[in-house]
Design a protein around this ligand. Structure first.
Ligand SMILES: [Zn+2]
Ligand SMILES: [Zn+2]
Length: 275
């Protein structure tokens, strides 16, 4: 009889691991300085248990843009976004809850032909999503060490930009993680452009500001060189709206100017004497 293998999921960060007979000894994402709060209780769960305790909530966010996340929230409340585009839909970031109802809904919308991941905190159950949706997964090669599934193929892209279809691009900003990326969708916001950022650029709800940090919620800031790199990476792109990693993390207008002003503010703070 073959040994029963389980794809364990970290309860604190929602990362799913390559199937094994016993839980991992620790979660590298959570022991890292950028790890979030540790959830009390057992360190690991699995998809069977998650499906019993959570439901997926799906919301329309904007024309041709949807979001979905587990409720009650799991770990940091990872949300996926589904972007509809003429030559194929894209799933941006992953939730840990993979359920039949959501898969059927995605298939009803035409399925997805790419799953793109911003950075390790939103990798979650990407392998499960890739398997059920039969879609390739895109991760920047500089974040390869944080991919905890070695049983599902991943397309690692390199450099500062990777073009998908319909003018949609993945842009490596770095900073939070070396390969941390955002997605630029020129068709978003009625053709004025939309940026999907996870917390690579952290939208500050209600303030028309974005923040840049190495570690949330450990509040470890980034050096000036990282701010310069983010500015250079985003320079060629125009965008009106920005959607961060969570529901109300939205910049509803003037996105490009909001990012430029936020970068300037950050540089200004670095240049002060601290008084
Ligand atoms: Zn973890
Ligand atoms: Zn993060």
């Amino acid at each position: 009889m073959s040994e029963k293998l389980t794809a364990y999921i970290c309860r604190s960060c929602a990362t799913q691991f390559t199937p094994s007979s016993t839980p991992p000894s620790e979660c590298p994402l959570c022991t890292d300085e950028r790890g979030g709060p540790i959830v009390p209780g057992p360190a690991f769960t699995d998809l069977v248990a998650i499906r019993k305790e959570h439901k997926q909530l799906i919301h329309k966010i904007a024309p041709e843009l949807y979001g979905f996340a587990a409720e009650p929230k799991i770990a940091i409340g990872q949300r996926s976004m589904l972007l509809r585009s003429p030559n194929g839909n894209i799933l941006w970031d992953c939730t840990p809850l993979v359920d039949d109802a959501t898969v059927e809904w995605i298939e009803m919308l035409g399925g997805v032909n790419a799953i793109a991941l911003s950075h390790p905190h939103f990798f979650s159950a990407f392998a499960e999503w890739s398997h059920v949706l039969k879609a390739p997964v895109y991760v920047h090669e500089d974040d390869r060490e944080w991919v905890m599934r070695d049983d599902i193929p991943v397309t690692y892209w390199s450099g500062d930009r990777h073009d998908l279809h319909d003018g949609i691009s993945l842009i490596r900003c770095g900073g939070h993680y070396k390969g941390a990326s955002v997605l630029h969708w020129p068709g978003g916001a009625d053709g004025k452009g939309t940026l999907l950022t996870g917390d690579v650029l952290q939208v500050i709800p209600g303030r028309d500001r974005v923040a840049f940090m190495r570690a949330f919620p450990g509040y470890i800031p980034l050096p000036a060189a990282s701010i310069d790199a983010i500015e250079a990476a985003l320079d060629p792109f125009e965008f009106e709206t920005i959607h961060g990693g969570w529901w109300d993390f939205i910049v509803a207008q003037n996105g490009k100017r909001v990012v430029e002003a936020s970068l300037k503010r950050y540089r200004g703070a670095l240049a002060t004497s601290g008084d």
